[in-house]
Design a protein around this ligand. Structure first.
Ligand SMILES: Cc1ncc(C[n+]2csc(CCOP(=O)(O)OP(=O)(O)O)c2C)c(N)n1
Ligand SMILES: [Mg+2]
Length: 621
C-alpha cells in the first residue's frame, strides 16, 4: 500500500533538504506523526529527560558546528520547558529551529481548554525567537519550514520556531511543490565604509580589535588583520579561540583591559562590545570606533563612527586588502603583547585553585576538544583562565547566563562530534538542573565527561549575599547526592577527586575510555580565594555596593537610603546582579519617578504605593 504523504512527511523532507541529520526531541500526542515520519525517513532522533535538554542539545549542536540545530517538543508546557534554552540560543545568536505542536485548529484562540493549550502560543513563540509561524494548512508546511531555516541563518543567526496544529500535522499534504532551501546571502559590502574604516585604521597608533561570536568564521582574516595593524584581538566569551591564546595577538578580556587606557581606536567585529561599553569602566579620551556587524541594529545601539554592515569574513578581508595599499605595518609588537599577556596571567593568579583545576582540564583535553562552560565559579574564571586554541571550542551560553545550560548543551556538542573529546564543567547547583541527562548520555552513547565542582552551595549567590548583607545568606546552601555514585547508578562512570593533579589524571583516563562520565571535584566555598568578578567587571571594586549607613538621626536616613537606591540602580544598569524594589511614596506619583528614571522595567500600583522594579534603568537626575 502506498502511503499518502502527510504534513509531517513534508516537514521531514524539508529538514533533509536543509541538510539536517539529527533532531533532538521528546514526542507527545500532538507530534506523533512528525516522530513517525522522522523514523521512516531514517533521521537520527536523540531524546532527553526534559524538554529544556533537547533544546540545549540543539543549541550545543549549532554552536559546535555552525550549522542549524533542530529540536521538537509538544506544545504548551513542552514548549515552555524548552524556553530557557531557546532564549539562551537567542542571546548567543545561535541558529536553532524549534518544531512544536499546537492544539487542533478549531480550538486555537477559543480558551476551551484543550490538552497543552497556551492562551496565545504563537505570541509566546515570537517573544523568544527571531521569527515564528503556525502552519495553518498542509500547503504551507514546506514554505514555512524553509522560512524557519532561512531566518535562523540570515543576517544575525538566531532561533526560529514553527508550530503545527495537531490536525494539520497528520493531514494529507497533497501534491504541493517543495520549497528548496533559500541561500543566505550577506549584505553587499559598502566600499566607501571600508575605505573610511581603513583610513581611520591606518591613522591609529594603538588600535584594538574586539571579536565576538559573529567573527568565528573569520579567524584567518582577523589574524591577518591583527598583524597588519599590530593590534591585539580581544575576546570575552563567544569569540574565544578566534585567535589562538598561544598567539601573542590573541588577548583575553583581562589582557585587553590592561591595554584599554592606551587604545586610540576600537574595531569591533561580530561583537556586541560588551567589554568596552558595559564592563570596563570609562573609555580612553578621543577613542575612534569602527563596528563590523551583520546586524544593523548593533550600529544603532553602539553608534560607531564607521559602521560596516557585513559578513565578518568579507569585511575583515576587504579591510586588510584596502590597508595593503596604504603605508606599512608599524613595528612588530609581538614581544610587547606577549609581556602584557604574561602580566595579566600573573595578575589573575589570585583567583586561586579554580585556575589550577582549569589548567588540569586544559592539560588533559586535546586542542581540538570542546570545553563547555557553566555559570559557576570555575566557569567565570574560564572566560579568561582557560586557554582556547580555535573558534567554537569554548562553548558558552553568552549573555543569558542560564544556570544549568552546560551539561545538556555538551551532549548536543558530542552528538555532532562523537570522535572528539567534550568536557562540560558545572557547579553542583547548575549540574543538578540537568543531572537526569546522564540517562540520555548513557542511552545515546554520548561520552561527555562532566566535571562537577561541588561546594555544596549556589556558591556565586552565597558569596554575593555574604558580601552584601552583613554576612547573612539565605537559600544558597545545598544538599547533594554522592555524585560519583549517582553517575554509576545511571550507568555512567563516576569519580571523585580532591586536587588538580588528581583531576588531570582522572580526566585523561575518562576521556580515553570514551564513556559518559562524571568527575566530582570536592571543593568548598572557602576555596574561592578571590572572586573572578573583579576581572570580568573591573569597575566592580571601585564602586562597591554601599550598605545603608546607620545614622543617628532620622533626618539623615532618607537621603542616605535614596543614594543607596540610586547606586543600586546604577549597578543594575551595568548588568550587576542587583534587583532592588524602589518604594516611592504614593504622593510622588509615577510621573515624578518617570522623570528621574529612563526605561523602567516595570511599574506597579499596589496598596497605595508604587513599586518600581528596575529593569535596565538609568538614574538621570
Ligand atoms: C536559570 C538561572 N537561575 C538562577 C541563576 C542565578 N545564579 C547564578 S550563579 C548561581 C549559583 C550557581 O551555583 P553552582 O552551580 O553550584 O556554582 P558555584 O557558584 O557554586 O560555583 C545562581 C543560582 C541563573 N544565573 N540562571
Ligand atoms: Mg556550587
Amino acid at each position: 500500500m502506498t502511503r499518502t504523504a502527510s504534513t509531517a512527511d513534508v516537514i521531514v523532507q524539508s529538514l533533509i533538504s536543509h541538510g539536517v541529520d539529527t533532531v533532538f526531541g521528546i514526542p507527545g500526542v500532538q507530534t506523533y506523526p512528525l516522530f513517525d515520519a522522522m523514523a521512516r525517513a531514517g533521521l537520527r532522533v536523540i531524546g532527553a529527560r526534559h524538554e529544556q535538554s533537547v533544546a540545549y542539545m540543539a543549541f550545543g549542536y549549532a554552536q559546535a558546528t555552525g550549522r542549524t540545530g533542530v529540536y521538537s517538543v509538544v506544545p504548551g508546557p513542552g514548549f515552555l520547558n524548552s524556553s530557557a534554552a531557546l532564549i539562551s540560543a537567542y542571546g548567543a545568536s545561535a541558529p536553532v529551529v524549534c518544531i512544536t505542536g499546537e492544539i487542533p485548529s478549531a480550538f486555537i484562540g477559543r480558551g476551551l481548554g484543550h490538552l497543552h493549550e497556551l492562551p496565545d502560543q504563537l505570541a509566546t513563540m515570537r517573544s523568544l525567537t527571531k521569527w515564528a509561524a503556525t502552519v495553518e494548512h498542509p500547503g504551507q508546511a514546506s514554505e514555512l519550514t524553509a522560512r524557519a531555516f532561512y531566518h535562523a541563518r540570515s543576517g544575525r543567526p538566531r532561533p526560529t520556531a514553527i508550530a503545527v496544529p495537531w490536525d494539520v500535522l497528520a493531514a494529507p499534504a497533497g501534491a504541493g511543490s517543495a520549497v528548496p532551501p533559500v541561500p543566505v546571502r550577506p549584505p553587499e559590502l559598502d566600499r566607501s565604509a571600508i575605505a573610511e574604516a581603513a583610513r581611520l585604521l591606518a591613522a591609529a597608533e594603538h588600535p584594538m580589535i574586539m571579536v565576538g561570536g559573529g567573527a568565528r568564521e573569520a579567524a584567518r582574516e582577523v589574524a591577518a588583520l591583527a598583524r597588519r595593524l599590530q593590534a591585539p584581538v580581544v575576546s570575552f566569551r563567544a569569540g574565544r579561540g578566534i585567535v589562538d591564546d598561544d598567539d601573542p595577538y590573541g588577548f583575553t578580556s583581562v589582557a585587553g583591559f590592561r591595554r584599554w587606557a592606551g587604545t586610540d581606536l576600537l574595531l569591533g567585529i561580530g561583537s556586541r562590545l560588551e567589554l568596552a561599553w558595559f564592563r570596563w569602566p570609562g573609555r580612553p579620551a578621543g577613542l575612534r570606533t569602527i563596528l563590523v556587524d551583520i546586524d544593523p541594529v548593533q550600529a544603532v545601539r553602539l553608534q560607531p563612527e564607521v559602521s560596516i554592515v557585513a559578513d565578518a569574513r568579507e569585511a575583515a578581508a576587504a579591510l586588510a586588502a584596502e590597508l595593503g595599499g596604504r603605508p606599512g605595518t608599524g613595528p612588530d609588537r609581538g614581544a610587547e603583547f606577549r609581556a602584557i599577556k604574561e602580566q595579566a596571567a600573573s595578575e589573575f593568579r589570585d583567583v586561586g585553585p579554580d585556575l589550577d583545576y582549569l589548567a588540569a582540564i586544559r592539560a588533559a583535553l586535546p586542542a581540538d576538544g570542546f570545553f563547555v562552560e557553566e555559570i559557576c565559579q570555575a566557569g567565570f574564571a574560564s572566560y579568561f583562565g582557560f586557554p582556547v586554541h580555535a573558534p567554537r571550542r569554548f562553548i558558552t551560553c553568552g549573555y543569558q547566563g542560564t544556570l544549568g545550560f552546560g551539561y545538556p548543551t555538551s551532549l548536543g556538542v558530542k552528538a555532532a562530534f562523537p570522535d572528539r573529546a567534550v568536557v562540560s564543567i558545572a557547579g553542583d547547583g547548575g549540574f543538578m538542573f540537568g543531572i537526569q541527562e546522564l540517562a540520555a548520555a548513557v542511552q545515546h552513547d554520548l561520552g561527555v565527561v562532566a566535571v562537577v565542582f561541588n561546594n555544596n552551595a549556589f556558591g556565586n549567590v552565597l558569596l554575593d549575599q555574604k558580601r552584601l548583607y552583613e554576612g547573612r545568606d539565605v537559600g544558597a546552601r545545598l544538599h547533594n547526592p554522592d555524585f560519583a555514585a549517582a553517575a554509576e547508578a545511571f550507568g555512567a562512570a563516576g569519580y571523585a577527586v580532591r586536587s588538580p593533579g588528581e583531576l588531570e589524571i582522572t580526566l585523561a583516563k575518562a576521556l580515553a575510555a570514551g564513556r559518559p562520565a562524571l568527575i566530582e571535584v570536592k571543593t568548598s566555598i572557602g576555596d574561592t580565594a578571590a572572586t573572578p568578578w573583579k576581572y570580568l567587571m573591573p569597575g566592580w571594586n571601585s564602586t562597591p555596593l554601599r550598605q545603608p549607613r546607620r545614622e543617628a538621626s532620622g533626618r539623615h536616613r532618607a537621603p542616605a537610603r535614596r543614594r543607596d537606591a540610586q547606586q543600586r540602580l546604577a549597578l543594575a544598569h551595568h548588568g550587576l546582579p542587583v534587583l532592588v524594589p524602589v518604594r516611592v511614596l504614593a504622593g510622588d506619583g509615577p510621573e515624578v519617578v518617570h522623570q528621574r528614571l529612563h526605561r523602567l522595567g516595570h511599574v506597579e500600583h499596589f496598596g497605595g504605593a508604587v513599586d518600581l522594579y528596575p529593569g535596565p534603568a538609568e538614574v538621570v537626575g
